[in-house]
Design a binder for this molecule. Structure first.
Ligand code: UDP
Length: 231
């Protein structure tokens, strides 16, 4: 059983059937499972993506840095929605942002994050790393290492890591286990290369699984072998 984990939720997962924006039903279903994990006395931090609103790299007609800041702001909207859904379920949650915006959330510090986690609060990291040209996957890797999480649970819209994109290539095979080196060598689209490298250098295990079966979060926490494990 894990003592402290970091859950990465992509923005897409929060959009549910709508594909864009925030879908309260989808957020609610995820938060129901987070509540179960939190009740098991597992310290849980969350990094939320922003792709349901905006991705800086998507070729918007503007300066990339500005575009990335818009993406980071999108993650803050998602974080607030997740916090609200958790609190309405009786789970204490704190949003910590990498960019100061103290009117709506606390600024990230490792010290406070660990204090809240020890108090049993769910800590939601928003605004990514605070730096353009990075991703929330990289933020997940960075924060997991900083707060000494035991693993990163990566909830994706695909049920693991495949040899190719299974939506395009029907011969794609799913890996049950894979090394960081192989992900980098084979250029697999599990996490981006920066985050994979951070995990590799710091021996941070990853478990990649599908968010469409929300019970998967609980299964992973219970040690069931689902999705793909990266070590
Ligand atoms: N972003 C950024 N720096 C970070 C994290 C995120 O600039 O450290 C921006 C970037 O534009 C990214 C967007 O925020 O495209 C949303 O994050 P991401 O694409 O990782 O979200 P996800 O695909 O996980 O929903």
């Amino acid at each position: 059983m894990y003592k402290r984990i970091l859950l990465k939720i992509s923005g897409e997962a929060l959009a549910g059937e709508n594909k864009v924006g925030i879908n309260s039903k989808a957020v609610g279903e995820i938060c129901d499972r987070i509540k179960v994990v939190s009740e098991k006395k597992i310290e849980l931090a969350i990094v939320v993506g922003g792709g349901n609103f905006w991705r800086g790299r998507d070729g918007h007609e503007m300066d990339r840095v500005t575009s990335d800041y818009i993406g980071m702001l999108a993650t803050v909207m998602n974080a607030l929605a997740v916090k609200d859904a958790l609190e309405s379920r009786g789970v204490c949650a704190v949003v910590e942002t990498a960019i100061d915006m103290n009117t709506i959330a606390e600024s990230y510090t490792k010290r406070n994050s660990e204090k809240y986690l020890k108090e049993g609060k769910v800590v939601i990291f928003a605004a990514g790393t605070g730096h353009p040209y990075f991703s929330t996957d990289t933020c997940a890797a960075l924060r997991a290492v900083e707060i000494n999480a035991e693993a990163i649970l990566v909830a994706k819209t695909i049920d693991g890591i495949y040899s190719a994109d299974p939506k395009i290539d029907s011969s794609a095979v799913k890996y049950d286990n894979i090394s960081y080196e192989d992900i980098l060598k084979k250029n697999l689209k599990a996490m981006d290369s920066t985050s994979t490298a951070i995990c590799m250098e710091n021996n941070m295990p990853l478990v990649v699984f599908s968010i469409f079966e929300p019970d998967n979060i609980i299964k992973v926490v219970n040690g069931e072998n689902i999705g793909t494990i990266v070590k």
